[in-house]
Every structure is written in structure tokens, then in C-alpha cells.
Design a protein around this ligand. Structure first.
Ligand code: FAD
Ligand code: SIN
Length: 534
């Protein structure tokens, strides 16, 4: 296939990718790739909502302060102020696109604002308990309606096209687009543009238990790293405190808004203190402490008492209140024979969000000319050592727009792509490969969970380092010798990202935010980013 040329190539069709596309497509041709369905990323799964200062009694300063307290001082204040001050405008534009945010009922507010951990004010707009699905649907509708946007599902991006892949090597490191595996044809196609935006989401599936969808394998972080971008704070993996504990359904999130609306964490019956709350013993903010604190407290209770789970209980609230606020969760759990109006929900912490990523500036620019990044793939300085609830979708809208604005403003200085060499398709498939790829995939996720989880030790991190390096050698050999498949592409990326996480965790000789290591329990006076340079 000859290279397909667009003005801008966007990899990822979630909140970040589609926001950028819609903002660019007034006068530019935009290609948006997704590795599965267009709505297959984390965006569709978001529950709680989007944080923004919308209430007269709330202030930007308070939202900035809460973000930096959750982030344990590792945030970049300029980024936090940029995102927080752009939040109300972003919410307005989403409402204009047709996102049906719940209306405020009682106090004449335009929208109902819910509460989540770490926020000192009600400031979360939402669409019941399924905000992400409504946002994804509105953005997809807008993208589909725009003739300048081409949406291509089932295209698995493999590697960025750089000057090395040009027919004539130019050596300036410019990124010109991407090679992607076409699931329909089984071939690798090349897509080029003057600018490329990475919006590939996070790397939750590096861990055995994660709330993130199957495709969250950190592909964008791995591609950017291989192409020469710096990444930072990869040790900061957020564990959500309340993922449903169920032997069949392994990754269903119970939104933090349930605690915001009065849900209580309790020990299950049959142990000392059974049926009673425990968060007040861990933090004065109780159930509404930031996520890192609540997740560690649950982990502590589970290990201390040898439990499988703890309980999240909202059954003391009126049934109508519960069904009105949490219709999706109510229906889903009723299917599993749990009636949340009458009984508590068994919950455990699970990996939820990748705070680290590809370093970007306030325009979404990465280290490489022509390459931008936005959303969970990036490290903008917003989240620091721990993301504040509902700040993530917000980051996608603000940086999706910022990248589009910068591309527009600098269009004339972005050179058109040179002729690109096609992908080498001469390699063959090995039939053994598929089984081994699956085994390796399971092994990484298991040891990342066991050795690089909520509570870490240097010894465990060193073990993980050793294992990840051995596996990486094996996979490099497959990758070098055999034809690529979607599973092999993802495995290679999972390993790359696992390596970055473990290396970063070993570098940080303190406990801060999400990185809690028993050998270094204290926080150092100076907050420093862990920056890895390729
Ligand atoms: P995603 O929405 O994850 O999209 C990634 C896109 O990249 C997809 O289209 C995918 O197909 C594509 N892609 C990935 N790799 C490739 C590849 N190799 N080739 C081609 N395409 C590729 N945040 C909040 O602020 N509020 C919430 O209430 C909230 N709730 C959440 C609930 C759950 C269960 C989860 C998992 C997350 C939640 N988050 C929430 C976090 C938030 O949803 C995500 O951080 C955010 O949606 C990420 O958006 P994104 O556009 O960066 O990536
Ligand atoms: C949730 O609804 O608890 C998730 C919110 C978030 O991840 O920001």
C-alpha cells in the first residue's frame, strides 16, 4: 500500500483524540486511528464525571490546591492553573456538543455537582454514573458528522514514522505519522501527516487487576520512547480503591462518587471490627481522603486480616436516591445478585490510571518535532504523584484543544511529509508464537501486580527488574524474526512500559503519593520528577 497522506494523523479516538480532531477539522484533513472500536478506550468507561469550578462558592484556587495536595507537590503549578482555569469553558463546549449533564435540582445550579475524594467542594459534573459513555457518544457523533475527519477503527499503530523511515534520511528526528497493522487485511499500512498526535490512553493492563479496558497497553508511551521522547513519573500508577470483587467480573469500577454521596467502607462480618468503618482510623478525611490513601488503607486491612475484600456500603441511603444516582451500577450488580439498596458491595483496589507518560508542554508538544500528545498517554504536570478524581477527562479536553491550537498556529512552519519507506512485510508467522505471547503477557501482569503494586520494596522491585529484562530479550527476538500480530505488538509495548515503571520506581528513593516503598517511607523535602531519557 502507498503511504496515505492527511494533514494531521491522530492515534486514539477517546476524549483526547476526538477533541483534537474536532478542533482541527474546520480546514484540515484529519485521520483518527483506533486499535479496536472507536469507543473502545477508557473514555467510554468513565463513571464519576469531570471536575470544574462551576459553583459560585467554589474557586479556581481551591481546585488548584486540591489537585496539588492529591499530587503530593509533584504537580507543575503552571499546568494545574492552565487546566483548572480552562475547565468551565471545556464543560460548556461539551454541553454544546450534546453531552446531557445532569441538571441541578435544588439550588438553581445549571448542573448537578457531585463530590469525590480529595475535592474540598462539590465540583463534578456528570451524566448519572456513566459520564464517559455520554461524552464518547457526543464526540463520536461530532467527528462522524465532519467530512474532514476520517475515523479508522481496527488499526493497531506499531511505531511512529520518523526521519529514519523517510526515503531520504534527514536526521532531524521529525515525526511524520505512523505504521499501523490493519486487522482487516493483515498488512501494515503507513499514514503520514505534517503533525501527529498521540492520544492512545494509559497502560493499566500492565497490571493483573485493572479497571481499564483490554487495550490499555501503553502503546503510545512505548512508541514515543522508542522514537526518542523522554517520559516521566512512570512509577506513579494510580490504584482505585473500589473495584468490584467478583470471581467472574474482574474489572468493574464502583465510582468514587458513591463515597462522595455517603457510601461507607466497612470491614466484612466475621473479623474483629466486622461490619464497622475503618477509614477514620487511617485518615481524618475518612472515605473522602485521596485515592492513594484510601487504596493503601484497604490494602492494609486486607493484608492485616487475611481478607479477600472489604465492603462499600450505601444501603443506609433511601433506595430511590441510590437508583437515581447510580443506575448503571445498581443494574449491573443486580445482574450479579447484589442489591446495593439492601446490602454492601465487596470491593478491592485495582490499577486505574497511569499518571506518568510522555512529557509535553502546555501546547501538547513532545520532545520531537511534529509529535504532540494529549490525555492519559502524556505527562503534562497536572497530576503529579497522584491524580485527583475526575481531573483526567478534563486534561483530555484541555490538551486536545491546546495541541490543535498549536498545530493551527504553526501550520506554515510544519513541513509536509517526505516519501516514506513501506513496512518490511517479508517476515513470516511462527505458529508457536501465539501461545508464548499469551503466556508472557500473563507473566508480566502477574509480577507487576506482585512486585510493583500498592506497597513496594527495593528487593521486590529488583526482582521485577530482572524478570522484565529477561522477558524483554525473549520478546525482542520474536519481534525481530517474525511477522507482527496485534498481540505481539501489545506484548512488546507492555514490556517496554513495565520496564519504564520498574526503572522509575527504583530511581525514586522516597515515598510520595502513589509510590510507597517500605525501605524509604518518608517524603524528601524537594519534589522532583523522575525523568527517563532514551
Ligand atoms: P482513551 O479514552 O483510553 O482512548 C485511547 C484510544 O487510543 C482508543 O481509541 C484506543 O483504541 C487507541 N489506541 C491505543 N493504542 C493504540 C494503537 N496501538 N493503535 C491505534 N489506536 C490505539 N476520569 C475522569 O476524569 N472521570 C471519571 O469519572 C473517570 N472514570 C473512569 C472509570 C474507569 C473504569 C476508567 C478505566 C477510567 C476512568 N477515568 C476517569 C480515567 C479516564 O477515563 C481516562 O484517563 C481517559 O478517558 C483517557 O482518555 P484518552 O483519550 O487519553 O484515552
Ligand atoms: C470514579 O468514578 O471513581 C472514577 C473517577 C476518576 O477516575 O476520576
Amino acid at each position: 500500500m502507498p503511504t496515505e497522506i492527511y494533514d494531521v494523523v491522530i492515534i486514539g479516538s477517546g476524549a483526547a483524540g476526538l477533541t483534537a480532531a474536532i478542533n482541527l477539522a474546520q480546514d484540515k484533513s484529519v485521520l483518527v486511528l483506533a486499535k479496536g472500536a472507536i469507543n473502545g478506550g477508557s473514555t467510554s468507561w468513565a463513571q464519576g464525571g469531570i471536575a470544574a469550578v462551576l459553583d459560585a462558592g467554589d474557586t479556581f484556587e481551591s481546585h488548584v490546591h486540591d489537585t496539588m495536595i492529591a499530587g503530593a507537590g509533584l504537580n507543575n503549578r503552571e499546568t494545574v492553573e492552565f487546566v483548572v482555569s480552562n475547565a468551565p469553558g471545556a464543560i460548556d463546549r461539551l454541553a454544546t456538543l450534546g453531552v446531557p449533564f445532569n441538571a441541578g435540582a435544588d439550588f438553581g445550579e445549571r448542573w448537578h455537582l457531585t463530590q469525590e475524594g480529595g475535592h474540598s467542594h462539590r465540583r463534578i459534573v456528570h451524566v448519572d454514573d456513566a459520564t464517559g459513555a455520554a461524552v464518547q457518544a457526543a464526540l463520536t457523533r461530532a467527528a462522524e458528522a465532519n467530512p474532514n475527519i476520517t475515523l479508522m477503527p481496527d488499526m493497531v499503530a506499531i511505531d511512529l514514522i520518523t526521519s529514519r523511515n523517510a526515503e531520504k534520511y534527514s536526521g532531524d528526528g521529525h515525526v511524520w505519522g505512523v505504521y499501523a497493522f490493519n486487522k482487516a487485511t493483515g498488512h501494515v499500512d503507513a499514514f503520514a501527516g505534517r503533525a501527529t498526535i498521540l492520544a492512545t490512553g494509559g497502560a493499566g493492563r500492565t497490571y493483573l487487576f485493572s479497571t481499564a479496558p483490554r487495550g490499555a497497553t501503553g502503546d503510545g508511551i512505548a512508541m514515543a520512547w522508542r522514537a526518542g521522547c523522554r517520559v516521566s513519573n512512570m512509577e506513579m500508577n494510580q490504584f482505585h480503591p473500589t473495584c468490584l470483587y467478583n470471581l467472574e467480573v474482574k474489572n468493574f469500577l464502583i465510582t468514587e462518587a458513591m463515597r462522595g454521596e455517603g457510601g461507607l467502607l466497612k470491614l466484612p462480618p466475621g473479623v474483629p471490627g466486622g461490619g464497622k468503618r475503618f477509614m477514620d482510623r487511617h485518615d481524618k478525611r475518612g472515605e473522602l481522603a485521596p485515592r492513594d490513601v484510601v487504596a493503601r488503607a484497604i490494602d492494609h486491612e486486607i493484608k492485616r486480616l487475611g481478607l479477600d475484600y472489604v465492603h462499600l456500603d450505601i444501603s443506609h441511603k433511601p433506595p430511590e436516591f441510590i437508583k437515581e444516582h447510580f443506575p448503571t451500577i445498581y443494574a449491573r450488580l443486580l445482574d450479579l445478585d447484589i442489591d446495593i439498596t439492601k446490602e454492601p458491595i465487596p470491593v478491592v483496589p485495582a490499577q486505574h490510571y497511569t499518571c506518568g507518560g510522555v512529557i509535553i508542554d502546555l501546547n501538547g508538544c513532545t520532545d520531537l518535532p511534529g509529535l504532540y500528545a494529549a490525555g492519559e498517554v502524556s505527562e503534562s504536570g497536572l497530576h503529579g504523584a497522584n491524580r485527583l478524581a475526575s481531573n483526567s477527562l478534563l486534561e483530555c479536553f484541555v490538551f486536545g484543544e491546546a495541541a490543535a491550537r498549536h498545530i493551527d498556529a504553526n501550520w506554515d512552519s510544519l513541513p509536509p511529509p517526505p516519501p516514506i519507506r513501506p513496512w518490511d512485510e517479508s517476515r513470516v508467522t511462527d505458529s508457536d508464537e501465539e501461545v508464548i505471547v499469551k503466556h508472557n503477557w500473563a507473566e508480566i501482569r502477574r509480577f507487576m501486580w506482585d512486585y510493583v503494586g500498592i506497597v513496594r520494596t527495593t528487593k521486590r522491585l529488583e526482582r521485577a527488574h530482572h524478570r522484565v529484562n529477561l522477558l524483554a530479550q525473549e520478546v525482542d527476538e520474536y519481534y525481530g524474526n517474525f511477522r507482527v500480530t496485534p498481540d505481539l505488538i501489545e506484548l512488546r509495548n507492555l514490556l517496554e512500559v513495565a520496564r519504564l515503571i520498574v526503572r522509575s520506581a527504583l530511581y525514586r528513593k522516597e515515598s510520595r503519593g502513589l509510590h510507597y516503598v517500605l525501605d524509604y517511607p518518608d517524603m524528601l523535602p524537594l519534589a522532583r520528577d523522575t525523568v527517563l531519557i532514551p
